[in-house]
Every structure is written in structure tokens, then in C-alpha cells.
Ligand binder design. Structure first.
Ligand code: DQA
Length: 144
């Protein structure tokens, strides 16, 4: 199984960005960890991060035929990007939405995800383990 791990705005700053909320693992270390975990599962993971909505949408489109599943942390786009919602709905590649923090314990505007309705499910509050949990789910519940 081939996973596309997509991370949205400001997630390139993991490690230094609000470590009390997002932890001390840097973005590169996260990707290395996810690639290792995927390999342990007999799968493969590619990571892509962008601060730009259009680049994330292009990556979702390009997942068709190239990846079996998407694991996406859309960052703040979660809360208002109808364009990312539409992109996820437009492709037949299943997606799980991941948030490192428990968005429900935070500001009101983070409680709403406009992108989750296009996803198989959503994981939040489990730190970076959420990405691993999502890969594990897809390994055990194949879609398509
Ligand atoms: C986040 C939560 C979002 O509200 C926030 O804008 C992020 C990160 C998370 O991983 O907890 O950038 O998606």
C-alpha cells in the first residue's frame, strides 16, 4: 500500500512551533518516522507539505493512480477550505484527516472541520501517533 502524507500550512515548523501543543518532533523527523513505520507495515509513504492551498489541491489530484490512500493534516485550512473539501470529494482516493492537537480542547473556530466530511474518518489529539494510527487503519481496512 502506498500512502501520501499531506501536511498543510505551518506544519513545516513542527518542533519549534508551539511545542506545548504540537510537541518537539520536527517535520523532517516526523516524515522519517512515518516512512519507517510504513516500511515496518510492508507499505510505503511519501510526505508532502505546503503552506499553499493550491499546491495541496494539486497533490490531492495527483494522488489518483499514484497512491492508495491519503493521510492529511490540512492545518488551519481544515476550518475553512471548501476547495480542499471539493478536491477530496473529486478523487477516488480515501483520506483520513489527522490533527496532532485535540482541536476540541482549543478555540471554538478549531472545533469545525469543513474537510472531514470528505474523509473516511478523523483522528485528533493523539500527537504524531495519529498519522501512524491512520496508516494502520488503512492496512487493515482496504478501500477500493
Ligand atoms: C492542526 C490544528 C489546526 O487547528 C491548526 O490550524 C494547525 C494544526 C493540528 O494538527 O492539531 O495548523 O491541524
Amino acid at each position: 500500500m502506498k500512502f501520501l502524507i499531506l501536511n498543510g500550512p505551518n506544519l513545516n515548523l513542527l518542533g519549534s512551533r508551539e511545542p506545548g501543543i504540537y510537541g518537539s518532533t520536527g517535520y523532517e523527523a516526523l516524515c522519517a518516522m512515518l516512512k519507517d513505520k510504513a516500511a515496518d507495515m510492508g507499505a510505503e509513504a511519501d510526505c508532502f507539505q505546503s503552506n499553499h492551498e493550491g499546491a495541496l489541491i494539486d497533490a490531492i489530484h495527483n494522488a489518483v493512480g499514484n497512491y492508495d490512500a491519503i493521510i492529511m493534516n490540512p492545518g488551519a485550512f481544515t476550518h475553512y477550505s471548501y476547495a480542499i473539501l471539493d478536491a477530496l470529494k473529486a478523487v477516488n482516493v480515501p483520506c483520513i484527516e489527522v490533527h496532532i492537537s485535540n482541536v476540541h480542547q482549543r478555540e471554538e473556530f478549531r472545533h469545525k472541520s469543513v474537510t472531514a466530511p470528505a474523509c473516511v474518518g478523523q483522528i485528533c489529539g493523539l500527537g504524531t501517533f495519529g498519522y501512524v494510527a491512520a496508516m494502520t487503519y488503512f492496512m487493515e481496512h482496504r478501500h477500493g
